[in-house]
Design a protein around this ligand. Sequence first.
Ligand SMILES: [Zn+2]
Ligand SMILES: [Zn+2]
Length: 280
Amino acid sequence: MKVKIGFHFSISGGIDRAVDRCLDLGCNSLQIFTGNPRSLFSEGLKEKEVELFRDKIGSNDIKLVVVHTNYLINLASKSRFRISFEAFYEECVKASKIGANYIVLHPGSLVDTEREEAIINIVYAINKVTSEIENCPTILLENTSGSGRQLGARFEDIVTIIDAVILKEKVGVCLDTAHAFQAGYSIHEKRSFLEFIEDFNSQGLLNKIRLVHLNDSKTPFASRVDRHWHLGVGYIGEFLGEIARFFASMDVPLVMETPWGLDEDRKNLATLLDWLGVKL
Ligand SMILES: [Zn+2]
Ligand SMILES: [Zn+2]
């Protein structure tokens, strides 16, 4: 299978177990957390665990490894910046050790700062990790649903950050379809989707998309509430298939972050393969 397809997999039992889960389903791409996503710092990875993970990746047809940073990192907060930066740095070191291709980062939330200052801090953090960490994977900024004072619900935020980063090849975009829809981008209809893509192109972002989080939405259009749902049965619905085809034709990997469950994963994968007209 040429298309890069996968899920966010659990690392329960060790990070290498995520590779087993990926292969069991028949996928060739995976996304993981390297620790507890709801704690800022997690135990470091054991040498043996890293070795096992790399062995399994190397000896199988795994085309893509993505690390998603934990949810507590908020580089957009003034008071939480130092500690968030430390945690982010640690995540990047871990991701480089396991040989990840990409690190997905949410820009953060403006809890105690204004946009400009927050962006300066985020750019500083990205410049630091990408210049200091050996083999640091490319950092992908993910768009958000825009709940509260989240940055990144508008793609302009992401453009501003990318424009200011020094090592341009080390930064890209992760487009989450559910978040874009929830933030008010009408990607669920043909004409407005094409307009969205055109806009993206004119902002210089289209060729910066390295990954799509292919999720349907459990909440209505422009709800600003982040709830992922199973493919084709949420508010985006069947049109998600067209979005999947569009990005697959550009060779952009498609990773699903649908609510967990083995049967549900199988079903979502079957839906996606059917949309793409490919077989495992
Ligand atoms: Zn995310
Ligand atoms: Zn996502």
